[in-house]
Design a protein around this ligand. Sequence first.
Ligand code: HDE
Length: 710
Amino acid sequence: MKNENQNEKLDQLNTHSTSNENEKLTTNQGLKINNNQDSLKDGERGSTLLEDFILREKITHFDHERIPERIVHARGSGAHGVFKLSESLAEYTKAKFLTETGKETPVFVRFSTVAGSRGSTDLARDVRGFAVKFYTEEGNYDLVANNMPVFFIQDAMKFPDLVHAVKPEPDNEMPQAASAHDTFWDFISLMPESMHMIMWLMSDRAIPRSLRMMEGFGVHSFKFINDKGKVHFVKFHFKPKLGVHSVAWDEAQKISGTDPDFHRRDLWEAIENGAFPEWDFGVQLIPEEDEHKFDFDLLDPTKLVPEEEVPVQIVGTLTLNKNPNNFFAETEQIAFHPGHIIPGIDFSNDPLLQGRLFSYTDTQLSRLGSPNFHEIPINRSINTVHNNQRDGHMRQQIVKGKTSYEPNSIGGGCPFQAMMSEGGFTSHQERVSGDKIRKRSQSFVDHYSQAKLFYNSQSLPEQTHLQNALIFELSKVTIPEIRERLVGQLAFINKDLAKKVAGKVGVQVKKLKHPNQSLPADSNIEELQSEEREPDTKSSAALSMKDTVKDTIKSRKIGFIIANGADGKAVNSLKTKLEGEGAAVELIAPSLAAVKADDGSLLTPKHSLTSIASVCFDALYICAGAKSAKELMSPENKHHVLNFVNEAYKHCKALYFGADSKEIYNSSNVGQKKHEDPAVITWDTADAGKQFITAISNHRVWELEQERNT
Ligand code: HDE
């Protein structure tokens, strides 16, 4: 039967797929193996024979089964899906997948953290990669994006320095998947251009609740070219239909211990359960002639284009609807490259993007081991490849014929160059002239305005989280001078923020002699001063997560804490209601044994109180029923139950206390509350089920965080 999510790319992958179902074990040469338990020996207790080709093949393959992990973005999770265009962009670009309304293009998306190794935790405080490969009829188009719209540095020349600074320190290889250490903040404190990105990195965007609940940004300005040759600058956006949501830092750290695969599992389970993650895809378009109309440079990747100035036009939907069959073959071997473009899309002169255009193919050569990495099934385009490139390690394609050069007459001149009208790619023709020079443009020197814009745009709880993140990170920096220098940078963004952080990390706010200490000694310092610019009052609503989508509980995980004697009717009716809204309900009981409800029915728990933690759920229901409540408050269970409740309360989640759970309520921190709290629902709340659903869809009551924690 044809899977309804099948697409052209999946059909192509099928031709490379195999299954071991009902098959006999063989060697790599197809020889059936009779004994996979013992090596060939010189007598039962004798030495192993060199002749044992079956053992040799098995061990040799095993010895070579690792490949180098990605230098950055090593930890990742991916899925197949589809991009559907709802509004044609034909006025701006001739890229076919963006011009034919209703067209569906197969995609593979890989999400990642940046700093950690392949096996590191998902919940590190970090940028997230959001790389999309569109398998278009005109060839592969890769949009290798992040979940933050700006970057740390302005020029590719600084990328190895940045990555060396954030990665584990070279002498002791610590810390793993964390920016909270000396070398990162040493570098950052000397690089004022990174301060805007630091605001994003220290915000809750760096600890997403789910990969399905984060935005994606192309970061650089790219170019769209239409069929008349007219150019628009374009910024790409993905906006999650479930809204942009995060966890608390205390929660993130605990999740890292309880379930380091939290995001990977969440993505996998959502897709398996049919709750397909979806994003609106949008563009900000700027006519070429307006390039210089902004108070920043469109080529500067540390700047975003405020949505108030150029609105995001939504033109399509990205849906992920199929998990990979094999992690290594698909998620690990996929090779992205911002240089994989198609007619109608071109690069801007952003100096960071220009450097990326070199790096990605280069890195695949050492990671995947051969210039034939494009032939790995997940990397193949859905249209066929024809050229005169040949040979190399692991060549798969068998190209028939005598010629592998052009021009040729023996092969009839094939393969032919394509005319533009046939989809032949031509780089956009433009006039360039300039001196050969190593110099940053004067239009790149304002490092603080947009950092201020971001900070000003945050709600109070978001600002508090950002401050606390800086305090946490800088508290791990052992060298006071680095802490002081960073606080000096913060003072150019917000004096109050600098003061608050300084107070907690044991330094004074001192004016930096010059903010950019990485400049060459002969730089014109006056010309490069930028800290005095003060558009302090500007803010942009789109930069805060406060008003993000909050109208759904779809795919949220709700834990029901139950024990024998639970009110079966109440449990089932609430469960049906929540599941009807698309949420996933999981039962947690003192043990994995089935729980006998008061009506005699059996409820099967998925978890025991000790096998999972509160941090793995979006909300909790403390089940109704006097007998159940008594068992939950027994000396054996009480501590665990209260821990669940107190942590959910601390992390600003919705809690629903069913009938007879008053003792649990009173014994927990919730019982101490002296303020109105719409996310605490109890046995006497009117229309409790509805209130619970509203509270869950609001995600968290961050505005009550202080009250809940004092
Ligand atoms: Fe990357 N980046 N990057 N990067 N990047 C890589 O390519 C690089 C940058 C991004 O899931 C590497 O195949 C340089 C910005 C993502 O496979 C490498 C510079 C943005 C991924 C590389 C940048 C990104 C990568 C490592 C500055 C957001 C993961 C493995 C000049 C727009 C893709 C690989 C995946 C991966 C180089 C800056 C996003 C080494 C030199 C800006 C999402 O080639």
